[in-house]
Design a protein around this ligand. Sequence first.
Ligand SMILES: Nc1nc2c(c(=O)[nH]1)N[C@H]1C(S)=C(S)[C@@H](COP(=O)(O)OP(=O)(O)OC[C@H]3O[C@@H](n4cnc5c(=O)[nH]c(N)nc54)[C@H](O)[C@@H]3O)O[C@H]1N2
Ligand SMILES: Nc1nc2c(c(=O)[nH]1)N[C@H]1C(S)=C(S)[C@@H](COP(=O)(O)OP(=O)(O)OC[C@H]3O[C@@H](n4cnc5c(=O)[nH]c(N)nc54)[C@H](O)[C@@H]3O)O[C@H]1N2
Ligand code: SF4
Ligand SMILES: [Mo]
Length: 821
Amino acid sequence: MAFKRQVGRLPIIPADAQEFNVTCHYCIVGCGYKAYTWPMNRQGGTAPEQNKFGVDLSEQQVMDAEAWYAPSMYNVVRQNGRDVQLVVKPDVNCSVNSGLGSIRGARMAENRPSRVTGTQAQRLSDPLVWRNGVWQPTSWDDALDLVARVTAKVVTEGSEDDLVVSMFDHGGSAGGYENTWGTGKLYFESMKVKNCRIHNRPAYNSEVHSSRDMGLDELNYAYKDYTLTDTIFMLGANSMETQTNLYLNHMVPGLQGGARMVVVDPRRTLTIASSEQYAGPENVLHLAIKEGTDLALCNAILTEIVDKGWTDAEFIAASTFPDGVAVAQDDAHPASLGSLEHAMTACRLSLDEAAEICGVPAADIARAAEWIAGPHEDGSRRKCVTCYEKGIIWGNDNYRTIGAIVNIALATGNVGREGGGVCRLGGHQEGYYRPGDAHVGRPAEYIDQFLIRGLGGVHHIWACDHYKTTLNASEFKRVHKRRSDIVKDAIDAAAGGTREQVVDAIVSAINAGGLFVVDVDIIHSQIGQNAHVILPACEANEMNLTSMNGERRLRLSEKYMDPWGNAKPDALIAAGVAQAMERVLREMGNDAYADQFKGYDWATEEDAFMDGYNKGNPEVTYERLRAMGNNGVQEPVTGFENGQLIGTERLYSDGRFTRHGREDGKALFCAAGWRGWQAPGKAREQAAHRFWINNVRANIFWQNQFLDQKNDFVQDRYPHPFVEMHPDDMVELGLNPGDLLEIINDNGVTQGMAYPMPTLKRNTVAMVFGSPAGSQGNVVNPGVNELVLPDYKHCWGDIRKISDATPQTAGISFKSPEAVL
Ligand SMILES: Nc1nc2c(c(=O)[nH]1)N[C@H]1C(S)=C(S)[C@@H](COP(=O)(O)OP(=O)(O)OC[C@H]3O[C@@H](n4cnc5c(=O)[nH]c(N)nc54)[C@H](O)[C@@H]3O)O[C@H]1N2
Ligand SMILES: Nc1nc2c(c(=O)[nH]1)N[C@H]1C(S)=C(S)[C@@H](COP(=O)(O)OP(=O)(O)OC[C@H]3O[C@@H](n4cnc5c(=O)[nH]c(N)nc54)[C@H](O)[C@@H]3O)O[C@H]1N2
Ligand code: SF4
Ligand SMILES: [Mo]
């Protein structure tokens, strides 16, 4: 088992330690933490006046004592050039988490880079440029000059369409309002780049087009709605592991207070197992549908609700489109939108038809409809919160399935009201503030295929690693490497040349099919192996960062330590690129174009915030947010009174729906007819292979493991990506726990470690996504929907043993996590 090798005893936080507000930057929930720092040569004492908590620490503390922190919450970091001691611990006064941590957030401190304790020494400290066959450290000026010269030459000799950009669009872990504005201003205002994609999908589009087209922003409730509701309806999400403190601090109290829960997931998740314990198994209904059949299920639930007369007629009359078709189906709308009646012409599906398609009993579907919409005995309306995430978003027929989910919430009047809402659970926090992106178009370009086809000459990558996290990753990697190697070879051949000669060599290589790659990251990532310039960014708390969580709660997470080495905030890196572009273009005699890159004279991330977010939201400043502390304010902010920012608890409480931009304020229903597997190639792949390769997240990992890969605690538990399998399938394939296996199909191959999971259905596996030691994306086909939304979750393959357990994998526990709930 991992233990804290470098800490024998934790120092006591002294009474005068500095205190900072921290929003955990890992997941959407955005739990409140407090960071405390103090000089190396001091510590507090047990007497109340000697420690930060003001309590007598010589006494035995109660179990949930605030005055407690784990070794993982401690580190030694640099602050204003000096080493300081650091504790980052959950904030009991934050309404999001009420003092709860999680296995990820509670390791924020130990995941900071430290010269003293040696943690996260992988962090990039200096810009690196490919020279003499290796990455050589250099200055910002030198690195940015090369980026700008190559980029400027390529976009002026060709066009801005030759610049391809992969960029985060989130808050928290990378992103935030500062950084999305920095990159947004650079690529959407100074330039009009249309060949761009988002970190998690191969195009620049929305994960939830249909919800927005129907009039609803996807984050429309307050977390407290989970404690005010009668039923939680969760689809394709595993919140106990992926929105942990939303689950523990809001859903669990709801369940303990009598709410029921319906969970739609092909596998039994820890959320289901845990909810059964809190609510009693009789109050948790698991619909273990066949993968990809959510749309049929939702249509049958809607049909049952309509036929039973459980719809909210008043709400429908007041707030939804009354008559026929409002938006016809076309290339930009994979289903028509309009009245409930219109939608029903496409959605109507009987319980028996759905039972056949989904592989669950008709009686269970009827029961789900009753739990969602059946009135209470006294005839009063049932409240239901509907929530969904990646089993739906990266699922079959994204547009229509999300449309069908929102249909149910609209038909039952469960939005804009206490105990209601129909929401994404979310991934990262949000922090989107950018100039308009209408020039990108809809459907947007499928960027991975664009690069695979040999198009584009320069690739700027911000905080994402497609090697581990894109679809069709085997092919993507092959081509990306081949194209970037062409440029590396050209640079090597031009060694000793002047800057001009090297730039000419690079551009010639690009014209011969090469790709010049700039990677902005905090570590040297896998896709970073293809980069010619690597720019070191810093994380939240190494800079000030604002973002909002899954109930639109906006906070300022404060800087408490220095960036590692010469790393910088992404916003200031974007500004540096822009300034270098301006200078280079002027030298090239292109003054008009150079002028477009003016306006980046930001000295700090706060300047970027004021230039972007504050211009659209003039009430909101760092100072005011700092004063609002870890409870912040729920967006949209509507005013500032008595020293407080005024926010919005719930969207659409006036019954007017506006996200689609319609003046009538009426929500639209989606004519979401079931049509089987929507993305190309899925049905064929399913027929050709034995195993469904479900791909999932797990509590312990954060994303593609960029920090976890250098964290003993994580690596000791899972030295290889887990591939959970039914024990009988393992026996048939001659696999013992911990054996290494490979998954094979026409798209590629990946590998992992066999982990028995008796609750799985036969011929299905659950593999952790995004691992550096086995990318699940290698075996996902390139199929996307009409609007270029990937279906990562549906992929089939065959499995073969490659090795007996290694000394590391043989030594781990193969207990079901359910056993230790
Ligand atoms: N611990 C941890 N938490 C995280 C993250 C992390 O890396 N680690 N990442 C964050 C991010 S960026 C995101 S986007 C979220 C994702 O959060 P979630 O969506 O909750 O996580 P996943 O495990 O990707 O997928 C959820 C479930 O979808 C199910 N599923 C697969 N196919 C189908 C299907 O056809 N229908 C249905 N109904 N379900 C299906 C899977 O069995 C799985 O249980 O998590 C966030 N939180
Ligand atoms: N098969 C399959 N594939 C999937 C999914 C799935 O469920 N199944 N889920 C998809 C989803 S929802 C997501 S969100 C994506 C995740 O895909 P990615 O966005 O590629 O993965 P992350 O781990 O979030 O990548 C973060 C990268 O940014 C760097 N980074 C961290 N903080 C900072 C910062 O402050 N600044 C900069 N510049 N860099 C930083 C990290 O070192 C890391 O390299 O994967 C997607 N791919
Ligand atoms: S639940 Fe999410 S935000 Fe909260 S501590 Fe865990 S990772 Fe951080
Ligand atoms: Mo995500």
